[in-house]
Each structure stands twice: as C-alpha cells, then as structure tokens.
Design a protein around this ligand. Structure first.
Ligand SMILES: Nc1ncnc2c1ncn2[C@@H]1O[C@H](COP(=O)(O)OP(=O)(O)OP(=O)(O)O)[C@@H](O)[C@H]1O
Ligand SMILES: [Mg+2]
Length: 248
C-alpha cells in the first residue's frame, strides 16, 4: 500500500445509465491487475447492480453494516475480478434518504473499510439527492462520467455545481464514455470544461475517453469484467490507459 494511505475515488454522473458501474468495476480490475489493492463499494443504495454485473449473490450488504452493525469482514467479498467488494442492497427505500447521522457514520465506516487498500471506488447512484452528493464529499478524488448526450453534459455540470456549492470542491476528473473516437471525446470534454470555466470559474481535468463498444454489454451478459473477457477490445485498452493515468 502507498504511504499516503488509500485514495478514495467517487464515480458520479448525475444522469443515469452513462456507464458509471461498468467503468468502476473495470478500472478496479485493471488497477488490481497492476498489483494494487482495490476495494469497490456499491454506493448505489436504491438500485445496486455491481453484484449482477459480477455474477455474485451477496447474503449481506452495506445496509447491514450501517444499520445492523454487521462486521465488515462478513460482508466483504473477494471477487474473481481481483478486487474486494462491498455490495449494496437493491430496492431499499430507506437507504435512499440517509439522515445526517447516517452520513457521519458512513464517513467513519468508509475511512475504516478503506484501510489497507491503495484505491477505494465509490460507485454512486444517479441523480443529485443529498445522499448521492454526500458520497462525493467522502472521496478524495471525484470522477465524473459524461457521455455525448446533451442531457448527460447538463446533469454532470449540475452535479459538479452542487458538489462545489455544498462542499467547496473544485477539482474533478472527467471520463467521457461511449465516444466515437478520441477527437469526439475531447470535443465533449472541451464543451463541459468551457461551461465550468465560464459559470463556476474552475477548469476540469480530462482523465480519458472510452469508445462505444458492443463488447461492453456482452461482458455484462457474461457477468465478467470487460478487461478480462475482451482484453484486446478498444474499450478495454482505453480503460487500462485511464488506470495508468490514475496510478502511473
Ligand atoms: N463504452 C460503452 N460502450 C457500449 N455500451 C456501454 C458503454 N458503457 C456503458 N455501456 C452500456 O450502458 C449501460 C449502462 O451502463 P452502467 O450500468 O455502467 O451505467 P450507470 O451509469 O452505472 O447506470 P445507473 O445510473 O443506472 O447506475 C449498460 O448496459 C452498458 O452495457
Ligand atoms: Mg450504476
């Protein structure tokens, strides 16, 4: 593990379905392949689905840790993808609206769970509820996933604006997903970067772009991470590059 302690990375987007979960598990698998110790926490408290993407059937989840004081070691799953994983519960309404005291508890828990890891990924749900936004506060690096859709760009902007206004954060790493090519990704990045510079007075960092690739849904069908199932695919190559940018 690095001397500086774990790097906690939140993965948010505002708009749903832009690829947060796919990117989270594949970056985690790629970093694990590089020998890093990686933990993924499913923080999509309403509609968890990392377990489905990995073909896992968890017996307990984050909710049991928060509300029933379950032992983290009993909830933690060592995945075939090479990283450790804390699942969330799906369809649990009370988890969508965490109280301030729950968020404080979660903050302490995440700090504790992160010990011994190099990288911890928080895969956050869509939307801009208080709970969703607070997960950005708990992270040391904030990744924002955006696609070419105008609504994705406006929702990503709204997320960053809220996180900035609520917590004063103004350093965001952008990953543009489902692009045609690198030039396309750069164009989307420049667009959102110019909006942030104009209205929020800070600029963004472009971590990389991932092409639209039909192997992505195929890897989900096979419940195996893309970087293992189709390591030569254009999307997998880009994910490895982005992992290299995270951990040079
Ligand atoms: N680069 C890509 N190329 C092709 N399809 C992709 C790509 N990235 C994601 N997808 C597809 O988009 C869908 C949504 O992906 P994913 O579940 O990761 O999004 P999400 O942002 O986590 O969604 P939610 O907001 O519901 O949590 C999946 O069916 C996946 O196959
Ligand atoms: Mg998701």
């Amino acid at each position: 593990m690095s001397d500086k302690g774990p790097v906690i990375i939140s993965i948010a987007s505002g708009k749903g379905g832009v690829g947060k979960t796919c990117i989270t598990i594949n970056l985690a698998a790629s970093l694990a392949e590089k020998g890093k110790k990686v933990l993924v926490i499913d923080c999509d408290l309403g509609l968890a689905n990392i377990d489905i993407m990995l073909g896992i059937n968890p017996k307990s989840n984050l909710k049991d840790i928060i509300f029933k004081d379950a032992d983290v070691r009993d909830v933690l799953i060592r995945t075939k993808a090479g990283f450790d994983f804390i699942p969330a519960s799906s369809g649990a309404r009370e988890m969508n609206q965490l109280l301030n005291e729950d968020i404080e508890k979660l903050k302490t828990l995440i700090a504790r769970m992160s010990q011994g890891y190099d990288y911890v990924f928080l895969d956050i749900g869509a939307g801009i509820s208080d709970t969703v936004l607070h997960f950005n506060l708990l992270a040391s690096r904030n990744f924002i996933i955006v696609s070419r859709d105008l609504t994705s760009i406006t929702d990503a902007y709204a997320t960053m604006k809220m996180v900035y206004q609520m917590f004063g954060k103004q350093t965001f790493d952008i990953i543009v997903n489902s692009v045609r090519d690198d030039a396309d990704g750069l164009k989307v990045f420049n667009h959102i970067d110019s909006i942030c510079r104009k209205f929020l007075n800070f600029s963004l960092h472009h971590l990389g772009s991932i092409p639209f690739d039909e192997v992505v849904p195929r890897s989900i069908m096979k419940q195996t991470v893309l970087v293992h199932l189709f390591p030569e695919s254009s999307a997998a190559v880009k994910i490895h590059q982005i992992a290299g940018n995270i951990s040079p």
